[in-house]
Design a protein around this ligand. Structure first.
Ligand code: NAD
Length: 74
């Protein structure tokens, strides 16, 4: 069974690079949680949504409700 990873800040410089590498070099399921600040790259996130192993959740790591989405939102 493929592993699942949660990458917080995955729409930013380091997280996005890591996310793309994981999608390319593994068969892992990737969830990115990011609140899309000025530092993020939303167009690149949109492009990644075509990948069936990628899931994006817009949220803040300080907000309990947003973290819960990681576990309960499809
Ligand atoms: N071209 C370049 O060489 C280049 C470009 C950008 C950054 N950098 C370097 O990369 C490093 C920073 O990269 P990074 O990826 O750590 O930071 P980043 O600022 O690029 O990305 C952080 C990400 O975290 C998200 N985020 C911030 N607070 C959040 C919160 N509370 N909840 C959810 N998401 C949140 C932001 O929306 C953003 O997408 C620095 O050393 C910087 O100098 C280099």
């Amino acid at each position: 069974m493929p592993k699942s990873y949660l990458i917080t800040g995955g729409a930013g410089f380091i997280g996005l690079t890591f996310t793309k590498m994981m999608l390319k070099e593994t068969d892992a399921q990737i969830t990115v949680l990011d609140n899309l600040t000025y530092a993020s790259r939303p167009l690149e996130i949109e492009a990644l949504k075509k990948n069936g192993r990628f899931r994006f959740i817009k949220g803040d790591i300080y907000e309990k409700e947003d973290i819960e989405k990681v576990f309960y939102q499809k």
